[in-house]
Every structure is written in C-alpha cells, then in structure tokens.
Design a protein around this ligand. Structure first.
Ligand code: SF4
Length: 360
C-alpha cells in the first residue's frame, strides 16, 4: 500500500477513525510534529506504541533529503539544497543525480532580527524570465503540498535550534506559485494554522510574475496573505522583452486584477523591480513607474540584478546604486513608497533569481 504524507490532515483523521482510534490522538500527533518538531514517529511518546507502529506502516515524513546546506560568510543566509524522493525515479538514467530532482530554499536572517524563509514550489520553472537562473532548468514538475511543507518545517526546526523563530515565508524560490496553485494553497493552510506552524497570514507572501487568473483566485482564497508582483518594467514593450509571460497577460489586465485585489483586501501590494543596467533602468521609466502606481496601494522593491554565470552577459549588468537612488527619489516626489533590497547572500548563490541547484 502506498504511504501517505503525515501532513495530510484529512487522510490521517480518516485513518484514525477507520482504526477506531480516539480523535484526541490526532491532536497529540499534530502537537508532536508541528510544535515539538518530531519527524520520527517512534519518538512520539505521547501516543501508544501500537499507534506509532501503525503510523510507520501507513504514513511518511521524509519526502525530502538534505543534499547540501551552506551558510554565507556573514552568517545571515543559509541555502538548503533538498533532494526530492521523486515519485517516479527513472531507473533508465545512469547517473544517480539524474534520477532525483533538486529544489532549494533559503533562510534569511535580517539585521532587524526578522527571519524569513524563501521556499520553492516547482522543480525548475517554465516562465523563461531572462534574468533568472531557474528557468534554465526547465519545468520538471510541480511540488506536492507536503514537499513545500517539509521545506518550511526543516527551516523552522533549524531556526528554533539556533534560538530563533521563523516568522515569515515568501514563495519566491524556484517556480511560479500560481502555476501550482492547489499545492501552494494547501501548504499555506498548514503554515498558517494555529495548531500547526502558526505563521501569521500577513507574514506569508506569494510572489508571482503576474499570472492573472491565479491572482483572481488568490484574492478570494487568501485576503490576508501578502502579494508581491514581479513587475520589472512599467510598460509592455520592455517587460515583454525580459518576461515572455507579458505576451499572455498584458499590463492593463494585470493592473485590473490588482485593483480588484486591493479593493477586496485593502492590502498594499509589493512590486518587485529588478534593476538591470541599460535594460530597464532608463530614468524615463521612473516617470512611467510613478504614473502607473500613483494613487495605488503600492510598495516598490528595487532589487539590484544579481549576476550569475548562466544569466550574465553583456546585456545583463547590475544598475549602479546612484541610478537606483534616482529612481527612488522620483517615486518619493509622487508619494510612491519604495525600498532598495539589500543583497547579502550572493556569495552562496542564494540571492534572488540565482536558484539553480548549484552545488559548489
Ligand atoms: S523569476 Fe520566478 S517565474 Fe521567472 S523564471 Fe525565475 S522562478 Fe520562474
């Protein structure tokens, strides 16, 4: 019989009921897993031995293995390379590495004390954003909800052992969350449930490169959860050159969906704007940007481009700091709030758009 993930609450409750095990046992298991970080069913001492045996026979909590873990020199960032236990390892592939799939998560310890985890939701990505290392892997598959939850649980445990608390999650790792909507949704439900990981809804952020139907669903399902949009240009002409998704969902459709989101949630949207020299940093664009966002509940996050060996070229260089500051000053004049994201983790290839399963 195929085993089931221990994070599948409905199936676990059904199993307990079918085996005439009292419902309070579910709370004990839940408490052991999410509050005490127990991953080995043998060690759940609050439940009888025969139930532990039954859990071992029917459930699993090991869909991911740690393949590599690396912390940046300044200690602020830890990148974790997970090896998935692929549901269908291909025995025809000779190289062991090729029989598995790899995903990455990054823990960021900010100087303010805030600790954030960036999680992956797909193995690879199909979106072809030209400045990003992930799409070069292609899309292998969507992650299951429990594979996303296991990334979160691993990080939460690690941070806990180091005396901290994981309080923020961003779905900004490998993959486009709106293309794996159901699994992402289930993982957010588990991450935010009080009796489980208990992260406040507003501290969970979904980052999308503007898949409009996904944003519409998200507005209905998660009015409390934060939304970040990979904008990267204030017009279709430039955006479509660096992000092919623009051909499918042009700017006016996106802004309409975002206005609906703000109307329903009254929440500020984070607009990410990668700064690539000579590509999207002409100062004229700062004017277009404030005109686009003026009067909207918006926060622009300027992110200096992080060079990476697969994406660097003569056309892809980081914008000099003084140009980013000029953009910021122009936005400020028109009351559009913005920040410049500090990059502190590129010595381990863990910065934005550098996630590509690189091992060394
Ligand atoms: S930026 Fe995000 S959506 Fe675009 S290719 Fe990279 S992982 Fe995919």
């Amino acid at each position: 019989m195929q085993k089931i993930s221990i994070h599948d609450e409905d199936k676990l409750k059904e199993f307990l009921s079918q085996n005439k095990i009292p419902p309070f046992r579910y709370s004990q298991i839940e408490n052991a897993i999410y509050k005490n970080f127990i991953t080995d069913f043998n060690k759940i001492e609050t439940i009888p031995k025969d139930l532990r045996e039954k859990l071992k026979e029917n459930f699993f909590y090991d869909s991911l293995e740690i393949d590599m873990q690396k912390t940046s020199e300044n200690g602020q960032t830890t990148k974790i390379l997970f090896k998935t236990k692929s549901p269908h390892p291909n025995p025809l592939l000779w190289e062991e590495r090729e029989q598995y799939e790899y995903i990455e998560a990054v823990i960021m310890r900010h100087l303010t004390g805030r600790i954030t985890l960036c999680v992956s939701c797909q193995v690879g990505c199909p979106m072809w954003c030209s400045f990003c290392a992930t799409w070069k892997l292609g899309l292998k598959r969507n992650l299951e909800f429990y594979e996303i939850v296991e990334q979160i649980m691993y990080a939460a445990k690690l941070v806990n052992e180091q005396g901290g608390v994981l309080r923020n999650i961003v779905y900004m790792g490998m993959g486009e969350p709106m293309l794996n909507y159901d699994n992402v949704k289930k993982s957010i439900d588990i991450a935010t449930a009080q009796k489980k990981i208990n992260i406040a809804n507003r501290r969970v952020t979904i980052s999308t490169c503007w898949i409009v139907p996904g944003i519409k669903k998200f507005t209905l399902d998660f009015p409390q959860t934060s939304l970040a949009i990979s904008l990267h240009a204030p017009n279709d002409e430039i955006r479509s050159k660096i992000m092919p998704v623009d051909h499918t969902y042009p700017l006016k459709d996106l802004m309409k969906a975002l206005d609906d989101y703000v109307q329903k949630t009254n929440k500020r949207i984070f607009y990410e704007y990668i700064m690539i020299n000579w590509v999207n940093d002409n100062i004229i664009l700062a004017d277009e940007l404030w005109k686009l966002l003026k009067g909207r509940l918006a926060h622009v996050n300027f992110i200096p481009y992080n060079p990476w060996e697969w994406t660097s070229s003569d056309w892809f260089k980081p914008t000099p700091r003084f140009i980013i500051e000029k953009f910021q000053n122009i936005l400020e004049k028109y009351w559009v709030v913005s920040t410049i994201r500090a990059t502190m983790w590129d010595d381990i290839d863990a910065a934005c758009w550098q996630l590509a399963n690189k091992k060394d």
